[in-house]
Ligand binder design. Structure first.
Ligand code: SF4
Length: 390
């Protein structure tokens, strides 16, 4: 290996990236046929207290790796975290606060299913410290919700949004397009109804067929690629006209309401991941590592929580960085690459050149931004940063 290459592959941090915490609660009422998340159908009572204790043990095991670092945001995802009681959420967040330095202004998001929304519960979550709620609405069309195997109706989704807005104010709703048999007009109706609720954040995802799902094994008839591109464009235009900023492939926010936690992922920040199947990423002075947890909740509960982390090879860091940062609609300054990978800017250069040639991204001064073509062919763009075979 040449001296230049060796130097380009040296990781060195003067200051570490911001740090977040992800907590995974892996149970759902029923498994949706399109879902490839680590979610498991609930069978009987959930072992809430036992699981919270396991999560806190997991946090404790990670403490030596993050001494002195502060947590900027927490995201409680799943699964369906709203299956847990407010009391369990309080025990979890109090336990996290007593072990980690959580910033007083930290954004604390929890995911909730409209089928589990209830006023007392929502108030309890808020009192426990949750200050942002993310609702998996997906559609306001009962036929589409049935096709997706969702446990809630459109009216339940509407009530849950009202309740979430009244309780938290800071609310995201997830909507999906490209649904079985969906036409552009139905997708538009969903986006327009979503906008009318006035939530400060809205995410619009295209339904994709993921391996190891029921839909993958028995695919429903989905709209074609061009129809989905039209739906994406419709959503961007409608949300833009309504005053939302499109800041990531699927994320739209009113001014001041971008999701800080997800932005930290997309900027390749650090995060602790605790809970069954959770992933984390941590930087140290001379290396970047990933950690991951056992997926099966039962095994996670029985394990001692520690799984050996693995170092990300420096030559993989440009690809790993772009996998996230290329999703940012406004792009990123090249300094962010250096600050969050510990590498020199030159390490990103070969991929940047290739992507520019293919008109997948543009550079302006020190800034790098995906073009519209780059956003549409995101996988092709990111693949240009894969480490070259040696
Ligand atoms: S509710 Fe969410 S996490 Fe649970 S199975 Fe459905 S899509 Fe997956």
């Amino acid at each position: 290996m040449s001296a230049v290459l060796r130097d380009l592959r040296r990781v060195r941090f003067d200051a570490l990236p911001p740090l977040s915490l992800y907590v995974h609660l892996p149970w759902c009422v029923r498994k949706c046929p399109y879902c490839d998340f680590n979610s498991h159908e609930r069978a009987g009572e959930l072992p809430e207290a036992e699981y919270v204790a396991a999560l806190l043990r997991d946090v404790e095991g990670l403490l030596p790796q993050v001494w002195g670092r502060r947590i900027r945001s927490i995201f409680i995802g799943g699964g369906t975290p709203s299956l847990f009681s407010a009391k369990s959420m309080d025990a979890l967040l109090a336990g996290v606060r007593s072990r980690l330095q959580v910033e007083p202004e930290a954004e604390i998001t929890m995911e909730a299913n409209p089928g589990t929304a209830e006023a007392g519960r929502f108030r309890g979550y808020r009192d426990a410290g949750v200050n942002r709620l993310s609702l998996g609405v997906q559609s306001f069309d009962d036929a589409m919700l049935a096709a997706l195997g969702r446990i809630h109706s459109a009216d339940e989704a509407r009530r849950a949004i009202e309740l979430a807005l009244a309780t938290f104010g800071n609310v995201n709703i997830d909507l999906m397009y490209g649904l079985p048999g969906q036409a552009l007009a139905t997708a538009r109706a969903d986006i327009e109804e979503g906008i009318r609720f006035g939530t400060p954040h809205l995410s619009a995802y295209q339904l994709t067929l993921e391996p190891n799902t029921v839909f993958y094994a028995r695919p429903p008839a989905l709209p074609g690629e061009d129809a989905c591109a039209d739906m994406q464009q419709m959503a961007e235009e409608a949300l833009g006209a309504a005053g939302f900023e499109h800041y990531e492939t699927s994320a739209f926010a009113r001014a001041g309401h971008r999701c800080r936690h997800n932005l930290n992922y997309w900027r390749f920040g650090d995060y602790l991941g605790v809970g069954a199947g959770a992933h984390g990423k941590l930087s140290f002075a001379d290396r970047v590592t990933r950690h991951e947890r056992i997926k099966q909740p039962r095994e996670y509960l029985a394990a001692d929580g520690t799984v050996a982390p693995r170092e990300i090879a420096p030559k993989e860091l440009p690809f790993e960085f772009m996998l996230n940062a290329a999703r940012l609609v406004e792009g990123f300054p090249i300094e962010l690459f250096c600050a969050h990978t510990g590498l020199q800017a030159l390490a990103l250069e070969p991929g940047l050149r290739k992507a520019e040639e293919k008109q997948l991204l543009v550079r302006a001064g020190r800034g790098v931004r995906p073009t519209e073509r780059g956003r549409r062919f995101l996988n092709d763009l990111v693949a240009l940063f894969l480490p070259a075979a040696e």
